[in-house]
Ligand binder design. Sequence first.
Ligand code: MF3
Ligand code: CO
Ligand code: CO
Length: 263
Amino acid sequence: MAIKIYNDDDLAKLRIAGKLAADVLVMIEPYVKSGITTLELDDIMLKYIQEEQQAVAACLGYNGYPKATCISVNEVVCHGIPGAQKLHNGDIVNIDVTVIKDGYYGDTSKMFIVGETNLRNRKLCECAQASLYAALKKIKPGVPLSVVGDTIQPIADKEGFSIVRDYCGHGVGTSFHEEPSVLHYRNSENSRIILKKGMVFTIEPMINAGTWRCKLNKKNGWTVTTADKQPSAQWEHTLTVTDDGCEIFTIRPDETIDRVLHN
Ligand code: MF3
Ligand code: CO
Ligand code: CO
């Protein structure tokens, strides 16, 4: 299957879905405090998506996934299943929200720091966000998709961090995971894909403090941790390629990057 090109009507709907996903992350922020369980957070977000947004929580039931969101704490790389785990001061937490509105998907995640954490954790969170922003600033028609990995690799290298290789960004639109796979490390595969106006995909670098190697929890079939139990951080946006850059559908007001980038 080729990579889909979305038209203006599609993009209008993706803009709405992206905004809703971003709004969930804004809404949940004051609740992300020491003592709350990840299940309580998930319940609040599911209610908000269904009742306030009249939207669908895309993760719930996706390939059998049991909850509405993914909440990944400390050494959990991604696909943390909300449960009885309580948050503690110093935890770094990724919340990944995907909503479906009118058949279109918005997929986004960010890091939250519970109380105060150590310098290395702060640097890890900052590095992952900076790497996402740097990659977004390179997106435009005519550029190979490998610009993503080429941009993120030296940013992680400089801090002595590593980039997850087993999980990647993805095309998204009228389904959750479409072509292409967006690799966050330096690679040649993505150099064969030339960006075109109307492509829609995520960039969602997972940056590890130690090894890039991951371990899948065989008991639940979902939760991915770092192989060395060192922490991991991730930020994710959904975007479309425009005439001269990109538009970030999942931008929040607290961000230091514009929604529309002229690259
Ligand atoms: N939101 C994740 C992504 O960025 C996918 C989660 S799938 C789930 O692609 F089933 F684990 F929820
Ligand atoms: Co995604
Ligand atoms: Co996501």
